[in-house]
Design a protein around this ligand. Structure first.
Ligand code: SF4
Length: 575
């Protein structure tokens, strides 16, 4: 049995350079950081101010929403005001539903983002319709007619394009043929790319965003494999859309973006948060800094195979509830902290095992890549796998392969060591390193050895397990970052709704500033709260709108009534 065999260096996928104004994406350029303004694009002063703040924070490309001709024309004034202030930040116009806005904005901005799901197609109605080959190809001709003028104009003016596919806004045509799937996202993006290529236009990048990191990772990997097959080299813009806010938003983004960067996929990133746009820059920088270090190390490429583990046994541990079949959370704490912590007062969210430092008779054996072979001679209930030197995620993939090949079925808990990290880096790195393995279905739990209180470590561990789709223990929020289309104050509404509903494990609530990305984005949610017009809210159950045009000040209560009437409400503890 040999563990350390061949080692490779994972390299970033080789892509062509696409110039967005003065900033190159792909090629030999560093991974670029992007964000989006939340101001009304017609409000020139407010938008310029936001872009200047973004630049100060380290953003390299800024996107603005462009709904119509007035917003497109505002781009000219925004661009020239920025230049007067010495800011040369490339601007991107975000277009949905209205090709004329793209045709105007392209004269002033450096790049156009189109959404293949709604550039030429209407918003999806989720209707079942049989498209035979003839009717399908007629729709494609319509798309080509609508899209070609923009491609020609981008080519003429030397402007870039993003084919920005979104899981939540696929067209009915695509969903009827391919389903609401990563494959559907791929096909949708390829249709538009084919039109670009037919016009000998190549200055475009792809994105394949979804609010579910698992869907997002699959879609980008699928696209990457297709690029290899087709011998295409267009750069990728990575992002988990509607990731939410605070730690949860950062965790989801770090898992989605981090997993792909470790695969060598990704040329520019955006962390979408329901916060001020400039708050998105810090997590971007942390993810890039971490992934650059990891990619500089020697790794092996990913091979996807599933390993069947033995059922986790009850362990003769310090505190020994049965470990969890969907993935376990272990908390390591000091003797002092353990004596101060009143565990009997804990709510339902208890770790599966508490490991008190210096405790003897532990039910597990710690392994690292260099101690693995010796450790395998012992027979613990489970292993704790750590890899402080080197890439934890890549070594984890290699370990998984090794165990799979040798039919070794002992459960493995990921042991992330980061005592020297700030809490902000712990959130990013633990999520990216452990999350990237857990979301691929590799390994059986998590233990964070980091600075922080028992409660912080426990909450972060469970949040990573949830974002990696292993184990759901709290309400899941999907909230958009906001933009110039937002119809209410997203940050305060999101905070209010969270405060009232965060005690509902397993319930998924989407909070969206408008319906532009379509009800499909709510497909992953049980309940949706969506701005429909100024001062009005629509409520959704899944993809279906069940209450329309509710007055804004009554909408929170109606949402809670809806949750209640669907049997998903429980009264919060201590109220
Ligand atoms: S869903 Fe949110 S971010 Fe998307 S367009 Fe609407 S307001 Fe803007």
């Amino acid at each position: 049995m040999r563990y350390c065999e061949e080692i490779f260096q994972t390299k970033r996928r080789k892509t062509r350079e696409v110039k967005v104004g003065s900033v190159g994406i792909g090629g030999g350029n560093p991974i670029r950081i992007q964000s989006m303004t939340t101001s009304n694009t017609r409000d020139i002063e407010a938008t310029v101010l936001q872009i200047l703040k973004l630049e100060q924070a380290g953003c390299e490309i800024a996107r603005l929403t462009v709904q119509g001709i007035k917003e497109a024309e505002s781009c000219e004034a925004i661009k020239s005001a920025l230049i007067q202030k010495g800011c040369n930040m490339p601007l991107v116009a975000d277009i949905h539903f209205y090709p004329p806005a793209a045709m105007k904005a392209v004269e002033f901005v450096d790049k156009i983002r189109i959404n293949p799901g709604n550039f030429a197609d209407k918003r999806a109605l989720f209707i079942q319709k049989d498209y035979d080959d003839l009717s399908y190809s007629q729709e494609l001709i319509k798309i080509e007619e609508a899209f070609t003028p923009l491609v020609e104009k981008c080519k003429l003016l030397n402007k870039a394009l993003r084919i920005g596919t979104n899981h939540g806004s696929l067209s009915d045509r695509i969903m009827n043929r391919y389903g609401d799937t990563p494959q559907g996202m791929l096909e949708s993006a390829l249709e538009f790319a084919t039109i670009c290529r037919k016009n000998n236009y190549h200055d475009f990048v792809f994105s394949m965003k979804a609010s579910n990191p698992l869907v997002m990772i699959k879609a980008y990997r699928l696209l990457s494999a297709k690029m290899l097959e087709l011998d295409w080299d267009y750069p990728f813009h990575l992002g988990v859309t509607e990731a939410g806010e605070g730690e949860d938003g950062r965790i989801k983004s770090a898992i989605g973006i981090g997993s792909l960067l470790l695969d060598g996929i990704g040329d520019t990133i955006r962390v979408s948060l329901t916060e001020d746009p400039w708050a998105e820059i810090d997590p971007c920088q942390r993810i890039i800094c971490w992934s650059n270090k990891k990619l500089a190390q020697k790794n092996i490429p990913f091979v996807e195979t599933k390993r069947n583990i033995t059922t986790l046994s009850k362990s003769p541990s310090v505190i020994s509830p049965p470990l969890h079949p969907n993935g376990s959370v272990l908390i390591k704490i000091s003797k002092k902290e353990f004596s101060q912590q009143d565990l009997s007062k804990e709510s339902d969210l208890k770790p599966d095992l508490i490991w008190i430092e210096d405790a003897e008779d532990l039910p597990f054996t710690r392994i690292t890549p260099s101690t693995l072979e010796t450790a395998l001679r012992s027979t613990p209930s489970f292993f704790l796998f750590s890899c402080k030197q080197g890439s934890f995620a890549h070594e984890g993939r290699r370990l998984f392969e090794f165990l799979h090949t040798h039919n070794i079925k002992v459960p493995i808990i990921l042991y992330f060591e980061g005592q020297d990290l700030s809490w902000e880096d712990v959130v990013i790195q633990a999520s990216a390193e452990c999350g990237s393995l857990l979301i691929d279905g590799l390994f059986d739990g998590i233990c964070l050895d980091v600075k922080g209180s028992y409660l912080d470590k426990k909450n972060l561990s469970f949040a990573i397990m949830q974002a990696a789709r292993k184990r759901t223990t709290k309400t899941e929020f999907i909230s958009c970052p906001g933009c110039g289309r937002t119809l209410f104050d997203l940050q305060s509404v999101s905070k209010r709704i969270r405060e009232r509903t965060s005690h509902l494990p397993g319930v998924r609530i989407a909070i969206m500033g408008c319906i532009v990305n379509g009800p499909g984005e709510m497909a992953d949610a049980d309940f949706g709260y969506v701005g429909s017009r100024p001062g009005k809210i629509d409520l959704y159950i899944g993809k279906q709108c069940v209450e329309k045009n509710i007055d804004f000040d009554k909408a929170d209560e109606r949402l809670i009534d809806l949750i209640r009437s669907h049997g998903k409400w429980v009264e919060p503890i201590n109220v």
